[in-house]
Design a protein around this ligand. Structure first.
Ligand SMILES: [Zn+2]
Length: 269
């Protein structure tokens, strides 16, 4: 199925995580460093607004034209990111592994999850991890109006700021799909949208730590941003366990390749 067909399918049936093909390996592009993040994001935003929602779901387009938006960073660094938490059943396990490995990561949190477990959100931040906005509810943004989008992102930003004591600066839209209203709101809230270059697909049927690691490893490259989930609130029950099991393998692979790992705040060259 083509990316275009996938995007169309997502617009018709947004309830579950879309089944797009794995993304291409990150290829750090010189313009990301030469031109500067702000200029590129401005250009990306303008292009997305003109092209309409859904363009950021097109892997080849976003990776080639919008490297920072795609999560492309320094060639010797891999950003580790987690979506959909904080989840009391899952997130502490990820925090333990990261602490054992002395690694920091970026957690894109849902405001609705933060409101249920504000202490855990604070714990994530206190452990030195970066916290970004994933929305308040896990909804497909192109189907939401401007006001609903603005209210959702603002509410999520405020919940996270209240719980963690610091105002988030990064934003990852649910399903990795932006809308014009989301871009406008993100800019108003000073949130920088960042997607990913490799994901584990731990939410797929039959996923295991081995399959998640193999999926990630196929797309793993310096400059890339890895997406895993520290919650199953939008996916099959217990799917986060496959991500948790894959995490040490992923970190070992990066170490063997001589790649630094860390949060997105350390990702730019
Ligand atoms: Zn999500």
């Amino acid at each position: 199925m083509t990316d275009l067909a996938n995007a169309a399918q997502r617009r018709r049936r947004p309830a579950r995580r879309p089944s797009a093909r794995p993304l291409a390996p990150a290829r750090p592009l010189a313009p990301a460093r030469a031109v500067g993040l702000g200029v590129l994001l401005a250009a990306a935003g303008a292009a997305v607004v003109q092209a309409g929602p859904g363009i950021t779901a097109l892997r080849s387009v976003r990776t080639a034209l919008f490297p920072p938006l795609s999560g492309c960073g320094a060639a010797d660094h891999v950003a580790i990111t987690f979506d959909d938490g904080p989840d009391p059943a899952a997130t502490p396990h990820f925090l333990n592994v990261l602490a054992e490995q002395q690694v920091h990561a970026t957690f894109f949190m849902l405001g609705s999850m933060v409101d249920r477990a504000p202490g855990l959100a604070a714990e994530v931040a206190a452990a030195g991890h970066e916290v970004g906005v994933h929305g308040f509810d896990h909804r497909y943004l192109p189907l939401r109006g401007p006001r609903a989008t603005r209210d959702d992102l603002t509410r999520a930003r405020d919940s996270i700021a209240t719980a963690t004591g610091s105002v988030p600066r990064l934003f990852r839209p649910p399903y990795g799909v932006l809308s014009t209203a989301a871009l406008v709101t993100a800019r108003r809230l000073d949130l920088t949208p960042v997607l990913w270059t490799a994901r584990g697909r731990e939410w797929a049927a039959g996923a295991s730590p081995g399959s998640v690691y193999a999926t990630l490893a196929a797309d793993l490259a310096g400059g890339g941003t890895v997406l895993l989930h520290d919650s199953d609130c939008t996916s099959p029950a217990g799917s986060w366990r496959a991500a948790l099991g894959a995490l040490p393998m992923l970190l070992e692979d990066c170490a063997q390749q001589g790649l630094r790992v860390g949060p997105l705040r350390e990702h730019q060259a």
